[in-house]
Design a binder for this molecule. Sequence first.
Ligand SMILES: [Fe+2]
Length: 256
Amino acid sequence: MIDIHTHILHNCDDGSDSLELSIKQIKNMIEKGVTDIVLTPHYMNSYVQTDSRIIDKQFKELSIAAASMKVNLYKGGEIFLNPGIEDKVNSELCIGDTSYILVETNMGEFTNEIYEILFNLVQKGLKPILAHPERYHYIQNDPDMAEDFLHRNIYLQINAGSILGLYGQTISKTAWYLIDNGFAHFMASDNHCRTDEYILPIAKEMIHDKIDNYTAELLTKINPQKMLNNEKINYFYLQKQKIEKKGFFERFLRKI
Ligand SMILES: [Fe+2]
């Protein structure tokens, strides 16, 4: 598995508060089958708690501390879409050496201004991935809006916690709807280091059980690997035709 959204880089935001905790979390993730981790500290016109030079220093520190571990670490950010952010986004904020960037919006309203910011980012040659769309009210109220994002060259990343129902029923229902309809490209942990339980494998298993193995692999390995290679990922992908299972009376009534 490849986890493309985590807050494990220490002392940068509301995630890990020490190098020791970061290493402990990484060990746990490796044990659960993770091979690659993208570190995505919050960025709101600047990194939340520190500046980019310190982020670089901490990234080196963590990379050295994890050097003997069987894992690849990549630096990125979770960029909050504010007016003017387009001018600040450069390769430093991209994931690893790719042109992919992880972005988030406010929870409530999706304005034309945000469409414009996303359009400008795409025009710059960047490939935005919208983090946890299922958590935003505008998607919950109109989940088919997700399809519009795909037409606008925006990828979507579901949180594992949403699949498990950790943020409540509405978010869970929305997350499943997005996956069921082929609107999701990635699933990640958004791990804030608040618990020892690492849930990405559990959510992956649920997708395997409820949908199929291909979708589970697509969201946690196939697409993330393409992203790390900076390959283009299809916005739309092949979905299995759902066959409704009808009861005897429904089948009987259909014949009349
Ligand atoms: Fe996050």
